[in-house]
Design a protein around this ligand. Structure first.
Ligand code: SAM
Length: 304
């Protein structure tokens, strides 16, 4: 196919053309599924920028979630040694086989990213890594997918994802910020997040009701704070943020069934005001708080 200037267009550019995409999907008898978060990118500048930002060329390969018709996959394949793309919807495979026929370094896997054994997949496909993740995520799995990846222990260097703008702001919010939540604590613990650029709703077919943003989580090789029991630390953080109108002390006490005076003393040990709300606590204070709580529970003969 020729562009307006007469030069032939590559498949990556064609897939970002709404007219081409509509015809392609019509030919395959494909209908969008809202339940699977199917909003395909038709802004030609977004995928090349994401592929460049994710570090595709500097790792063993790229793991992509939800290739759709392959518009981002194609760009990744130009830069990466290998791309493994996990797609839930089997109806998209005949389309992908057509659009990615010129990309021998792409491996398509059918399945639900939340159910697959990613450790096994990464070991099989990339021989242990290091791997980077790049995806235009279906909105409904944003938090579980990101948390699952960060907590998986996979050999990841970075996770570059396109998500709803509000979700991006929440995920990047540092402790002390009003937007900070339990997910942000986990993101900060495992990575260094950076908001890269905004993407308007008109960049998708069909357009969603909200704007989006691309964010990059540079995965930390060592955590920024030491915690004695990671599982308890995150359980406590979830408890602290579970009732945002309460003080952290009250929220932790009711979520973890720990007497309030004991939580109050641990707050003091962490150097936090007794009436502080969860979003006012720093990562260091949360870490000290979880250690002090564990010590107090152990001294009282209780199990966390
Ligand atoms: N990457 C394409 C693009 O940018 O145009 C499609 C992105 S679309 C927002 C999300 C894609 O994820 C869809 O292709 C959808 O079928 C797929 N998907 C939805 N849930 C999934 C899951 N649990 N595991 C893997 N893929 C999923």
């Amino acid at each position: 196919m020729a562009s307006k200037m007469g030069a032939p267009q590559d498949m990556g550019s064609r897939l970002a053309d709404p007219g081409f995409l509509r015809r392609l999907l019509e030919r395959h008898g494909f209908r969008f599924s809202r339940a699977m978060g199917q909003n395909f990118l038709v802004n030609p500048s977004v995928c090349p920028r994401m592929a460049a930002a994710c570090g595709a060329g500097s790792c063993a390969g790229v793991l992509e979630i939800g290739p759709g018709v392959g518009v981002l996959t194609w760009q990744l394949a130009q830069l990466a040694r290998k791309v493994v793309s996990i797609e839930l919807d089997p109806r998209l495979f005949p389309v992908l086989e057509e659009t990615l026929s010129g990309c021998p370094n792409v491996d398509l896997v059918q399945g639900d990213v939340l159910q697959l054994d990613l450790r096994r997949l990464v070991a099989e496909k990339f021989g242990g890594g290091p791997v980077c993740v790049c995806a235009n995520l279906p909105y409904y799995i944003t938090s579980p997918a990101i948390m699952g990846l960060l907590e998986s222990g996979l050999p990841l260097t970075a996770i570059t994802v396109l998500v709803q703008k509000e979700a991006a702001q929440r995920l990047c919010a540092p402790p002390g910020d009003r937007a900070c939540g339990a997910v942000s604590v986990s993101v900060q613990y495992h990575s260094q997040p950076e908001l890269l650029f905004g993407v308007s709703r008109g960049s998708f077919l069909p357009p969603p009701k909200v704007d989006s943003a691309v964010l990059r989580l540079a995965v930390r090789q060592a955590p920024p704070v030491q915690v004695a029991d990671k599982a308890f630390f995150f359980r406590m953080a979830r408890g602290a943020f579970s009732q945002r109108r309460k003080t952290a002390c009250n929220a932790i006490s009711s979520a973890l069934h720990i007497p309030k005076p004991l939580v109050g003393r641990a707050m003091l040990a962490a150097g936090a005001p007794a009436n502080a709300r969860a979003e006012e606590l720093t990562l260091e204070q949360l870490a000290v708080l979880s250690g002090a709580l564990l010590d107090a529970l152990a001294a009282g003969g209780a199990r966390p």
